[in-house]
Design a protein around this ligand. Structure first.
Ligand code: 3HC
Ligand code: NAI
Length: 712
């Protein structure tokens, strides 16, 4: 190796015979930040002046090629050179430029590679255009070059899905010229040497034409294929318009793309989605821990996990850890439960194999990772224990106290309680610092959210372990202070679901409430959710609630009555709706309407016509209002954490940014006035959170509140 050009580490250059090797090195994800663009242009220009260099190779020595444009630059003017200017420098290079991708090549990273004259990828690389998940369209020629490389139809599908494809698939589609089975660098250098030997020169993508054009039928079928993720969204319309422009000469196409990209970047949808992107990353960090504590909080690796209680949740949690490659010990004091759990584990993996998600050998390996441990002291050498026995304070205390005596004191003991006081459960141990709540959702192996419930005694080390668990399981972590319902269920019960029930008593029907909120953007309306999870589950939670705090009548009188009647939801074929012959289709049931009318009349409520707008406004405002209370009470540390909980665990539309972000977009003074309006109309329970009043009168918002929270 000779002739190293002295550039800062962010982009390095090496002369390897006739090949100039440019390596991007911008941790953590090789984002194409301004400094990277500057160096790339500089190094390319200098290399072109070197007569000994006959080909350029762009790659990275790190685990990934690039995660794309630097998203942190989106909110400010982007310095020159732009990514497009870098691409022009590459595409117009008189010597061929080759990109070699390993790990991830996403968004602007892949767009950079598409501007190169030739492309290689490692067979396991992941190449994709995830811009749509951020509410933007590919804005660095992606909508113009991708159709020229793989066809307009395939480009539309790749961009609308936002999901990457493998290096092998990319080769089949014509996105890359060659796939490396093993050593990418070696394969890429040999490829470049071959180009030089064979005298193959530059091959600008912009000079090609797309082989096909989009017709309306194909557009409709692509939209249908991605309908679930695109529900309520608008970015796809801009993507389609941009791809259609790829039929024009390149310079016209990129100009149209640039205008559409700018429009998408400024959209509310994009602001909301970018907010959630950063909120999810922020919520998974240990805030409020002093630097001294932070040094102590490097958690030990977790290799073996024990789960105590092999019911619905315990089995799901075991599967989640086995999926992540960990060893799991499953304990239950009822041998029949262990047998049932085994069946759950087997049938879950069999379904994964049937659906083509995993191979049989992967399934077998994961099943082998879960071992039964019928005696509690067998869990003693686990790195972490999660308790998931029945929701009963005395039982859980007994289990925790036994675990406390068998486990070394530094190991974390987590409880999966959803309603009990973690603080009280921790009192049953001699080491309350190692106790916290890990609130998994159903199904535990597939749900994205993990609420971490900390007590006043939970140690920073235990919290750090909980964050590591979330990372290992690829779940989004949010810390909640120990309080009834933590963040999500508290807001659901006291806010959103409660208002939905109230609306039923006042005159709406379950179908009307559900449809209005589904049209707002929720994945599923509240009554359908209740029927899916089981009305008895909510009733049991409320029984626990009344042991801790009380709520005046009416408070879920309909759902609790349905539970008493055995109308538990889908599992009994009857709930807020009827479900015929095991079908999941919710059919409105006049019997339920009669019940609601009776419960309303018992309370002297005069029913009336209620329109969809009122349904949505009241449900969302009460969600926001209780969210603000959760903030003032210190249960959630940041408004953005609440947004993460609701977008990742409760079906709130991500493209609206979560309830607190949405409140900001409405304007808090408007929010406050409408809550006051309902307080005057409906009375006591519409008490506005003082935080909303305070922020509204200061013309501030939750985002601002979060920003200043670091200094509080
Ligand atoms: N720009 C700036 N920062 C980024 C980034 C990006 N494109 N992608 C990730 N980061 C940051 C994260 O914010 C995080 O920062 P932090 O440590 O300060 O919180 C850090 O990199 C690590 O990210 P993760 O915690 O998410 O790490 P993971 O290993 O779990 O995931 C990833 C890595 C899969 C790359 C994930 O970060 C990701 O999906 N990133 C976004 C990818 C994307 O959407 N790319 C397209 C960007 S838009 C674009 O390119 C526009 C173009 O068309 C012009
Ligand atoms: P489940 O009733 O399906 O399973 C509980 C299991 O605990 C049973 O297999 C039982 O045999 C076992 N068990 C009881 N006493 C035990 C002991 N002393 N030692 C070992 N095992 C014992 O209950 P589920 O639904 O799995 O709930 C478990 C926990 O998860 C509860 O705290 C619940 O509140 C919580 N949770 C439940 C959710 C749900 O929707 N089901 C959601 C989130 C949390």
């Amino acid at each position: 190796m000779n002739g190293e050009i002295a550039v800062a580490r962010i982009v390095t250059f090496d002369e390897l015979g006739p090949v100039g090797l440019i390596c991007i090195d911008n941790p953590p994800v090789n984002a194409i930040s301004h400094s990277v663009r500057l160096k790339l242009v500089d190094v390319i220009a200098r290399a072109q002046k070197n007569p000994g260099i006959k080909a350029l190779l762009i790659m990275s020595d790190s685990e990934l090629f690039s995660a794309g444009a630097d998203i942190t630059e989106f909110n400010r003017p982007q310095g020159e050179p732009s990514l497009q200017q870098v691409q022009t420098a590459i595409e117009s290079s008189p010597i061929p430029v080759v990109a070699a991708m390993r790990g991830l090549a996403l968004g602007g990273g892949l767009e950079l590679a598409m501007a190169c004259h030739y492309r290689l990828a490692h067979k396991d690389a992941k190449l994709g255009m995830p811009e749509i998940t951020l509410g933007i369209i590919p804005g660095a020629g992606g909508t113009q070059r991708l159709p020229r490389l793989i066809g307009a139809r395939a480009a539309l599908n790749l961009i609308l899905s936002g999901t990457p494809i493998s290096g092998l698939e990319a080769k089949v589609k014509g996105l890359v010229d060659e796939v490396a089975e093993d050593d990418l660098r070696d394969a890429a250098l040999r490829f470049c040497e071959r180009l030089v030997r064979e005298g193959r020169g530059p091959r600008p993508t912009c000079n090609r034409t797309a082989e096909d054009a989009l017709d309306e039928a194909e557009i409709a079928s692509s939209l249908l294929a991605h309908a679930r993720v695109l529900k309520g969204r608008t970015t796809q319309d801009l993507v389609i318009e941009a791809i259609k422009a790829s039929k024009l000469p390149f310079s016209q196409g990129v100009a149209i793309e640039a205008a559409l990209a700018q429009k998408s970047l400024a959209s509310r949808e994009s602001l909301a989605l970018r907010h959630v992107f950063f909120a999810e990353r922020e919520s998974g960090k240990l805030s409020g821990v002093s630097s001294v504590d932070a040094k102590r909080t490097q958690p030990p690796a977790i290799q073996r996990v024990a789960v105590v209680g092999a019911g619905t949740m315990g089995s799901g949690i075991a599967i989640a850890f086995a999926d992540a490659g960990l060893e799991v010990l499953l304990n239950d004091n009822d041998p029949a439960s262990l047998i049932r759990s085994r069946e759950i584990v087997h049938s879950t993996y069999a379904s994964g194999v049937r659906r083509g998600r995993i191979t049989q050998s992967v399934a077998d390996e994961r099943i082998r990772r879960i071992r039964n441990a019928p005696a509690l002291d067998e869990v003693a050498d686990a790195d972490l224990v999660i308790e998931a026995v029945f929701e009963d304070t005395e039982l859980k205390k007994d289990v925790l106290s036994k675990l406390d005596s068998v486990l070394p004191p530094e190991r974390v003991i987590a409880t999966n309680t959803s309603t009990l006081s973690v603080t009280e459960l921790a009192r049953a141990t001699a080491h309350p610092g190692r106790v916290l709540g890990l609130h998994f959702f159903v199904p535990a192996h597939a749900s994205r959210l993990l609420e971490i419930a900390r007590t006043d005694h939970t140690s920073p080390e235990s919290l750090a372990t909980a964050f590591r668990v979330a990372k290992v399981l690829k779940k989004v972590a949010v810390v909640s202070r120990d309080a009834f319902g933590f963040i999500g269920n508290r807001m659901m019960l006291d806010g959103y679901f409660r208002e939905a029930e109230q609306l039923l008593l006042e005159g709406a029907t379950p179908a009307q409430v559900d449809t209005a909120l589904e049209n707002f953007g929720f994945a599923m309306g509240p009554q359908r959710v209740s029927d899916l999870g089981g009305n008895d589950v909510g009733t049991k939670a409320r029984v626990q609630l009344f042991k801790r705090e009380s709520r005046p009548d009416p408070y879920f009188v309909i759902a609790d009555r349905l539970t008493e009647m055995g109308r538990l939801g889908q599992k009994t074929g009857r709930g807020f709706y009827r479900y015929e012959n095991g079908s999941r289709e919710a059919v409105p049931d006049p019997e339920v309407n009669n019940l609601i009318e009776k419960l309303a009349s018992d309370r002297g409520i005069r029913r009336r016509e209620i329109n969809d707008q009122e349904i949505v406004e009241r449900c969302i405002l009460s969600l926001i209002n209780v969210g603000a209370m959760v903030l003032e009470e210190g249960i959630a540390a940041r408004a953005a954490n609440i947004d993460v909980v609701w977008t990742s665990g409760y079906g709130f539309p991500r493209y609206l940014g979560g309830p607190m972000f949405y409140a900001d977009t409405l304007g808090l003074s408007q929010v406050w006035q409408r809550i006051r309006h309902y307080q005057e109309k409906l009375g006591y329970y519409w008490r506005p959170a003082t935080l909303i009043e305070r922020l509204a009168s200061a013309s501030s918002g939750f985002e601002q509140w979060d920003r200043t929270s670091a200094s509080r």
